[in-house]
Design a protein around this ligand. Sequence first.
Ligand SMILES: Cc1ncc(COP(=O)(O)O)c(C=O)c1O
Length: 333
Amino acid sequence: MQYPPRVELANTPTPLMHLERTSEELGVEFLVKRDDLTGAELSGNKIRKLEFLIADAIEQGCDTVITGGGKQSNHCRATALAATRMGLGSVVCLRIDDKDNPPPTQGNILLDRLAGAEIVWIDHEDWSRQEEVYAAQADRLRAQGRKPYIIPEGGSNEVGTWGYIRCAEELANQLGELPIAQTTIVYACGSGGTGAGLVLGSKLFDFSKLQTQVAGFCVCDDAPYFQRRISGICDKFLERYPGIATATSEDIKIVDGYVGEGYAKSRPEELACLRAMASREAIIFDPVYTGKAFYGVTQELSKNPGRFGERVVFVHTGGIFGLFGSALEASFS
Ligand SMILES: Cc1ncc(COP(=O)(O)O)c(C=O)c1O
């Protein structure tokens, strides 16, 4: 596979780990693709996308990246650290309820600051027109003689998508070494880039030969929203890299119904499920993405044990730093 320019930031390939106790508990062969092990500070799914995005920024001669997300954004933390690793500056626009009341320097925010990122607090109104906010930051940087590169929310665009195409190639190789079984690769869907890469990769690396399909659990919005969003990323991908891969709406499978109280809001049953997994397997999910998606997997399987075939591969997309300062931390005190 001919990939575009990439800087090496992630420890890959990540392990595909068989979890025996969870397989027994869920009544299905259960494996975890350990993308939480792509690094320590630079861990999780975002770093795979950033390998291609930062390479693109460097190719364009840029010296500062601009991006944004929720206040505890894993993506912003990974971007800030990746930029610093590569000798670039970073501006991260973090969404909070009240710009005059910034949150404490905890979890990902602490790491943003350690990486030397410039933090710009934005509110929900700013977020609703985030492209304008990034463009204004870019103008400000240009006026200072700097060359900015804008990375969209979650690094989810046609360039970042290569990160999960590369992960799909790893999965095809790893699954190819196992006995063939009806398999579903599941992942938490937040801004669509992981999903777009896995779906495009599933076509490129012929997952159907491995009897394998891909399904995302949305952690915000709903299935029609993500179907639109992922096919939008796939369309842009095809425009920029003609002839490589394409996906139809049937390829984009989204499982709805587990957003619960809303984005980054946890229900006690989700946290209990996260704690049970941690104490059973020493696999630490985060409350916003992986914990919610895994709770969804358990519920779907309890309703229909054959729902995902004989084997589930859960892509652990990271997010451990989001635990700190969360409702989960508070639940122990
Ligand atoms: C830990 C974690 N898992 C999953 C996701 C969702 O990935 P994507 O934004 O590519 O849909 C994110 C970020 O949004 C994340 O930080």
